[in-house]
Structures are given as structure tokens and as C-alpha cells.
Design a protein. Structure first.
Length: 403
């Protein structure tokens, strides 16, 4: 049966080549588009992690829901034991504390509303590899009264590296407090809205301004992003009963989940279009082939072959076409993905961002396997109706095609 199927495929070389081409192009298209979308997911996720949220954050219960407006009401007192316990987990790379605040930044002439964070400079510099310093430098532990400004804040107040500014805010007790700072640098993250209002100062300076020794969140950086779910479960068990809650980076960045959902839907439509294209192409080819072979089918059944043998032969022919086409498409798609990734795809800035980036085609086993499966299954499904139709023709009517 296999030998006969191969001979039938090779009999119509042009038609077979056209069918294979349709399958190959479809599989290549799926691999490239899926790899491109996968790279968007990965790049966007890492940018979010490495510029703002870290992999995990631990805060007082209710802070992530209500703490944005009144962070002083959700302070973690004595966070060092929590930090040490978290650092003992095998998945954890680093642990850092942050203290959030809001207030006014004054350049001597005008005020600008800001949201700020007191940070541990060296630890944040290691985490924040996606933060771009536009001028000046990163904060360091020696900058007791240094301040790092978001790009939008610096532009609004006309400040640059070396400028002086005054930060005014309310303490946890409601009193007004102010400190003078020297601008050490201007940064750009992946989110324009954040850069338009954000400032960063050393944690000690923020605690002095707010007259507190507490912090709002403990940020956790992991060795691998893929370990986020596992580490979150371990961390939740570790802080259970302490009045703390754990949030993953996906939960802290709602727009990321919405972006993923949007692209997944678009990719699903693309898969459907490819499936329909392969179905129509293969169905047309099989219909033409079967129509030309009705007399042959009648002869096969007249000499003792059953209808299911004929059905099996036609499906086997399409199975071979599907394996060849999908296999060639997978190889070609993987090769093109490597070539395109080596060159890079210049991308414009995403929504709510200032900087473009160089995209790639990110190959995974699931991407290639999924495209191969779509090409193969579409080819097999396309053969079922024509194969079923030809086996239902009466033997006498089929034999008349030979006259």
C-alpha cells in the first residue's frame, strides 16, 4: 500500500509540487509569525521585570490593591528577617526593599507632581538592566542625597545631571518634610507614563523624608523567569501567617496579560486562515486526482479491493504529502528564523514607550511542533471527503471511466 501510494504521488509531479509548496509556505508562515509573537512576549516580559517590577513582590496584605494612594499605611516594619528568609530559596537571585511615596519636586521656579521610590542602588542596578540611563549615571550607595529622574520629569522641570532640586512630601504622620537632592542621572524605562512622573532616591533618604524605618515592598529577582510560578508558591508558604501577600510580575503588570491575550487571538486567527488555505489547496488537488482516477478505483474494487482499502490508500497518499510538506516547512522555517534573528527586525516604539527595539524570531520546540501539526492535520483532513466520495461510486459506474 505504501509503495502504491508513493507511485501515485510521483505520477503527477507538477500537481504534487504545487500541493507541497502550499503546505510548506503555510508551515513557514506559522513558524515565523509564532516565533515573532513569542519574541514580543519574551521581550516585553523581560523589559517589565528588568525595569520596574522584578519577578515577585511581597507586601502587606491589601497594599497591591489599595496602597497606591496611601503607601504609608502599608509599611513592613522590620523587613530584614523577611529578606533573609526569601534569600534562602534556591530560585532567588537577589532581594531588595522599596519605599514608595508621592509628592512635589521643585527646581526653584516651579513644582512637578511625582511618584517616587526609595531604593537600594546597587541591587536595583543589577535588576534594572532594561533601564537606560540617558545622561549622568546610576545611583550608588555613596549618593546619600542623589536623585535619579525619569525622562519626562527631567524635561518638565528642565533638570539634568548635576542640577539641584527639592523634594517635598508628607511624612507618615502627616507632617510636611523636604530635602535637597542633586540629580545624578536621567533614565528611560519601557513605560512612558512611568518616566513622566517617576523619581528614585536612596532608601535611607526616603526613610528620612517619611520619618519611618519601614518599607512597602520586598522585590525578588529570580535566576530564571520560568521559575516564577514555582518560586511564588514557595514564597507564599514562607510568608504565610505574617500578614503579607505575594504578587507575580504578570499580576503586577495588567497590561502585559492583555497584550498577550490580544496577540494570542490574532495568532489564532492566523492559524485558522492557514488551516483553511491548506484545506482548500489539498482538497482541490485530491479532488482533481481522484476524478482522474475513478476508472482506476473501479478496477481496484473489481479485482477484490474493498472500499476501505481505496479510502486508506488516498488518505495515505495525503499523509505522505503532509509529512513531506510539513517537514520541509519546519526545516525551512527554522532556517529562516535563524537568519532573520541574526539580522534582526527593527521595530518602532511599542504603545506608551519612547524607544524602539530589535525583534527576533524566537524558536521553541512547541512553535515548530505546532506548525508541523497544523500542516499535517490540515492535509489529512482535506483528504477525507474526496476519499469518502470516490469509495461510494458504484463499481460499474467507475469502470465506465476506463471506456
Amino acid at each position: 500500500m505504501l509503495k502504491l501510494a508513493l507511485r501515485n504521488i510521483l505520477r503527477q509531479k507538477t500537481r504534487t509540487a504545487m500541493t507541497l509548496a502550499a503546505i510548506v509556505v503555510s508551515v513557514v508562515g506559522l513558524i515565523l509569525s509564532s516565533g515573532f509573537v513569542e519574541d514580543i512576549f519574551k521581550s516585553l516580559g523581560e523589559a517589565v521585570i528588568r525595569s520596574q517590577s522584578g519577578h515577585l513582590q511581597v507586601g502587606r496584605a491589601g497594599y497591591f490593591t489599595h496602597g497606591a494612594r496611601k503607601p504609608e499605611q502599608y509599611l513592613i516594619a522590620g523587613h530584614e528577617p523577611v529578606r533573609r528568609a526569601i534569600a534562602s530559596l534556591p530560585e532567588v537571585d537577589d532581594v531588595m526593599a522599596r519605599l514608595s511615596f508621592s509628592g512635589l519636586l521643585n527646581n526653584g521656579r516651579t513644582d512637578h507632581a511625582i511618584v517616587g521610590e526609595g531604593i537600594e542602588p546597587e541591587r536595583e542596578a543589577r535588576l534594572g538592566s532594561a533601564i537606560r540611563i540617558l545622561s549622568g549615571r546610576q545611583l550608588s550607595s555613596t549618593d546619600r542625597f542623589g536623585i535619579l529622574l525619569g525622562e519626562g520629569v527631567a524635561q518638565a522641570l528642565g533638570l539634568s545631571s548635576g542640577s539641584r532640586a527639592t523634594l517635598l512630601l508628607n511624612t507618615a504622620d502627616g507632617a510636611m518634610n523636604a530635602l535637597d537632592f542633586e540629580v545624578v542621572g536621567v533614565f528611560r524605562s519601557m513605560a512612558k507614563d512611568y518616566d513622566d512622573r517617576a523619581v528614585r532616591i536612596p532608601l535611607a533618604a526616603a526613610q528620612e523624608l517619611l520619618a519611618t524605618r519601614g518599607v512597602n515592598v520586598v522585590v525578588v529577582s529570580l535566576r530564571e523567569t520560568d521559575a516564577t510560578a514555582r518560586a511564588a508558591s514557595a514564597l507564599a508558604a514562607l510568608v504565610e501567617g505574617r500578614g503579607l501577600e505575594v504578587k507575580r510580575w504578570e499580576e503586577l503588570n495588567d497590561f502585559y496579560a492583555k497584550t498577550v491575550d490580544l496577540y494570542e487571538r490574532q495568532l489564532g486567527v492566523l492559524r485558522l486562515i492557514v488551516l483553511v488555505m491548506v484545506l482548500l489547496s489539498v482538497t482541490n488537488t485530491v479532488n482533481m486526482t481522484v476524478h482522474e482516477r475513478i476508472g482506476e478505483v473501479g478496477t481496484m474494487r473489481a479485482i477484490g479491493n474493498r472500499s476501505r482499502d481505496v479510502f486508506r490508500l488516498i488518505v495515505l497518499e495525503c499523509l505522505i504529502l503532509g509529512v513531506l510538506g510539513a517537514g520541509l516547512g519546519a526545516l525551512l522555517g527554522a532556517g529562516l528564523a535563524q537568519l532573520i534573528s541574526a539580522i534582526g527586525i527593527p521595530m518602532p516604539p511599542p504603545p506608551n514607550a519612547n524607544s524602539g527595539y530589535l525583534a527576533q524570531i524566537r524558536l521553541t520546540g512547541w512553535t515548530v511542533a505546532g506548525a508541523f501539526a497544523v500542516g499535517l492535520l490540515a492535509t489529512i483532513v482535506a483528504s477525507l471527503v474526496p476519499a469518502r466520495r470516490v469509495t461510494r461510486i458504484d463499481i460499474v459506474d467507475a469502470l465506465r471511466q476506463n471506456v
